[in-house]
Design a protein around this ligand. Structure first.
Ligand code: GDP
Ligand code: ZN
Length: 321
């Protein structure tokens, strides 16, 4: 029997508690009670879910009742509608996988080791824009930039983002550099850290939360990449203010719910030029009189961004068949 979206019936005399999902391990959700009178001591219990509430992810607002089971003390009985969600395509099953919900900000964490790819950053920025989540970039491990060649390469590859409205923060989790500015940005918001595994998301979290001491992964000497990845998201409260969700380190980020024809609307610096293109429905690909292509030629729009656009457009078209 399918009972996915059916409400779970609970007798009236049973107390329901409002809560937020802050973590998950297998079938067990870590759930933080939001009716706790002392916000400095959040009250967290383990809950299991049934039916449609199994779809809950970190950042979701839920209701639970107390009910003991083998693994947990509570049962999630209601899932609030989401303001937004970060979704990717699970590369194995080709199904959507929601990484986190109800986000104010997305930060793409990247580094020179493992070397970032503009295309991955741009995919995340598209996913954020599509869900109305403001976004920025944190370049971590600046202590490893030891030659002018690497410094120039990194700066050249990232300099266009602030112009397009995506701030770039420079940090070193190891040396605790750049963290004060970042803490200011994170205050009062729910942010998510995304990015390739091994870029230092967990290390940043440890640096932002003294005493947290989450396990940092070793990086394989052969590939410079992380050997294993965190498999689920976790929400942390920062002592300096704000919540940050550490999302699983992943190797690729396949977009979900973005049509090839709509992709241009998620490259924010293209938007003001659309009306100057000869054709109103210009996709900025091979059409004549394209104002976006002209702006790329005049270096008003970064070629790196335009190239990422055409590449992602091509991959979305392939998937659409
Ligand atoms: P995650 O997969 O993104 O969570 O990355 P981790 O936090 O597990 O870090 C991966 C590797 O990068 C570990 O060996 C860290 O010690 C190292 N690392 C993280 N931040 C820095 C940094 O600021 N500087 C340097 N040199 N190494 C770092
Ligand atoms: Zn155009």
């Amino acid at each position: 029997m399918r009972r996915s979206n059916k409400a779970i019936t609970v007798p009236e005399n049973v107390t329901r508690f409002k809560a937020k999902i802050i973590g998950r391990k297998g079938p067990v959700f870590r759930v933080e009670n939001r009716e706790n009178p002392n916000p400095d001591q959040p009250f967290v219990i383990n809950c299991i879910a049934r039916g449609h509430t199994k779809k809950a992810v970190v950042g979701d607002y839920v209701e639970y009742i107390l009910e003991n089971s083998d693994w947990a003390e509570g049962l999630i009985i209601h899932l609030e509608p989401r303001k937004n969600e970060l979704v990717r395509v699970d590369p194995v099953g080709k199904k959507p996988q929601v990484l986190a919900a109800n986000l104010d900000r997305l930060w793409v964490v990247c580094a020179a080791y493992p070397l970032f790819k503009n295309g991955l950053i741009d995919r995340y920025l598209v996913a954020a824009h599509q869900q109305n989540i403001s976004a920025g970039i944190i370049f971590n491990k600046i202590d490893l930039i030891r030659t002018t060649e690497i410094r120039d390469f990194v700066q050249d590859s990232l300099k266009h983002y602030p112009k397009a409205g995506y701030p770039v923060y420079w940090a070193s989790a190891h040396r605790e550099m750049g963290l004060d500015l970042l803490k200011e940005e994170l205050k009062g918001k729910t942010s998510v850290f995304v990015g390739h595994s091994g870029v230092g998301k967990t290390s940043l979290m440890n640096a932002l939360i003294p005493g947290l001491d989450e396990d940092v992964q070793e990086v394989s000497e052969a590939t410079g990449r992380g050997k294993h990845t965190t498999t689920s998201s976790t929400l942390y409260h920062l002592p300096s203010g704000g919540d940050v969700i550490d999302s699983p380190g992943i190797r690729g980020f396949g977009l979900w719910g973005v049509q090839a024809g709509d992709l241009k609307n998620h490259f924010v610096e293209f938007l003001p030029l659309q009306s100057a293109c000869k054709f109103q429905n210009c996709l900025h690909l091979s059409e004549p009189g394209c104002a976006v292509k002209e702006a790329v030629r005049l270096e008003k729009i970064a070629k790196l961004r335009y190239d990422a656009y055409t590449k992602i457009h091509g991959s979305l078209l392939d998937e659409e068949g």
